[in-house]
Ligand binder design. Structure first.
Ligand SMILES: [Zn+2]
Length: 73
């Protein structure tokens, strides 16, 4: 299920919510349904970037000799 980010047009509250088809979200702050849907693609991009190997000298094995050091094995 996709998570969408909304901004309330009435009180300006911004929130994320799961949206199922046929289900109208409302503002958790003022219960208004006058919401502006925002793109939430960056949320997925952020999580995939965090899933990438971080900081290891060699991206594939973590060999301290640096990139390519493990290719001789
Ligand atoms: Zn609101």
């Amino acid at each position: 299920m996709p998570i969408y980010e909304y901004a309330c047009r009435k009180c300006g509250h911004e929130f994320e919510t799961l949206v199922r088809s046929g289900n109208t979200p409302d503002c958790p702050s003022c219960r208004s349904t006058e919401l502006e849907k925002k793109l939430s693609v960056f949320a997925t991009a952020t999580s995939s970037a965090e899933a990438a190997p971080a900081g290891g000298p060699c991206g594939s094995c973590g060999h301290p000799g640096g990139p390519g050091a493990c290719a001789l094995n």
